[in-house]
Design a protein around this ligand. Structure first.
Ligand SMILES: Nc1ncnc2c1ncn2[C@@H]1O[C@H](COP(=O)(O)OP(=O)(O)OP(=O)(O)O)[C@@H](O)[C@H]1O
Ligand SMILES: [Mg+2]
Length: 279
């Protein structure tokens, strides 16, 4: 069940197309022949059991891992995602990591510009300009966070707002979020979901992974159900309930892991989160 448009339909041209992409780790097939079109201005929810391949799929989009096979098209043209740098600067993809990878001992505005200083050589000389720009972006996101606040003093949800602010600041088109509401208080979940909706309002595409199915139902336009590395369902988020999603995730007999030869693995290796490698 996929929603691919023929390439000649330019009006609905996908921003990013994934074609038959696979990735294995030794005998474990983490991503298995996945094809998916990602459109501008949409929120795509990725769900699936533990080990279904969601994080690995995102890591292929960020260039943290290279795919074994398959191809990516960006605005209809084939691209090779060779590194986080190509993903970020050529394809406009920004990943918001679970551990956020921000610097708690720097200010909010310094964090907003972190790692991008070289691209902004003219800008960087002007610290006041950066603070002003940071304040604008934080206002755009409807937060009350002050640019001069130390990042470490902010709540988890507020820190996510800063991470998301970078996507606006550097005009990324596609924002990837892996479990953004897993490690924050329930009160802050609402704030993060609101930010996702705001990013969409600003014309961004968001791909969000979550085990909190109610969050996915709240924000997603389309829902992709991963199962043993494959996209088992791709559905519009219309009239769905949590139990529909659970059924799509676990509806038939399940093996938690699958090996390259198709046999279930007795013991799968623990998933490894992308580390602090930087572009
Ligand atoms: N670096 C790695 N080395 C070896 N195996 C890995 C690595 N990363 C992921 N895997 C394996 O690939 C499969 C998919 O893992 P992945 O982390 O992508 O799943 P997930 O859907 O994100 O799961 P979760 O919901 O638990 O985060 C799992 O079997 C996992 O053990
Ligand atoms: Mg994961």
């Amino acid at each position: 069940m996929s929603t691919e448009a023929p390439p000649q339909q330019t009006a609905a041209e996908p921003l990013l197309s994934v074609r038959h992409v696979s990735k294995h780790f030794g005998p474990v097939v983490a991503v298995d022949d996945v094809s998916l079109d990602i459109h501008p201005h949409e929120v795509v929810g990725l769900i699936g059991d533990n080990g279904a391949g969601k994080s690995t799929f995102l890591s292929l989009l960020t260039g943290f891992y290279r795919s074994d096979s398959g191809e990516f098209l960006y605005k209809g043209k084939p691209v090779t995602i060779t590194s986080p740098r190509t993903s970020r600067h050529q394809l406009g993809i920004e990943m918001i990591y679970q551990n956020l990878r921000l610097a708690p001992d720097l200010t909010v505005w310094e964090n907003l510009f972190l790692g991008e200083e070289r691209r902004l050589a003219g800008f960087i000389a002007d610290r006041r300009g950066m603070r002003t720009r940071a304040a604008e972006v934080l206002r755009q996101l409807n937060t009350k966070i002050r640019p001069s606040e130390l990042l470490g003093n902010l709540s988890g949800g507020e820190q996510q707002a800063v991470a998301i602010g970078r996507a606006l600041l550097f005009e990324r088109d596609i924002i990837l979020m892996d479990e953004p509401t897993a490690a924050i208080s329930v009160a802050k979940v609402e704030d993060v979901l609101r930010l996702v909706k705001e990013l969409k309002e600003y014309g961004k595409t968001v791909i969000i992974v979550s085990h909190r199915l109610e969050d996915i139902l709240d924000v997603a336009d389309r829902i992709v159900v991963f199962y043993q590395g494959s996209t088992r369902h791709v559905v519009r988020n219309e009239g769905l309930t949590i139990s529909d999603l659970v059924h799509m995730m676990f509806g038939s007999e399940t093996h938690p892991y699958k090996q390259a030869n198709g046999a279930p693995a007795a013991q799968a290796p623990a998933p490894v989160e992308p580390s602090a490698e930087e572009a």
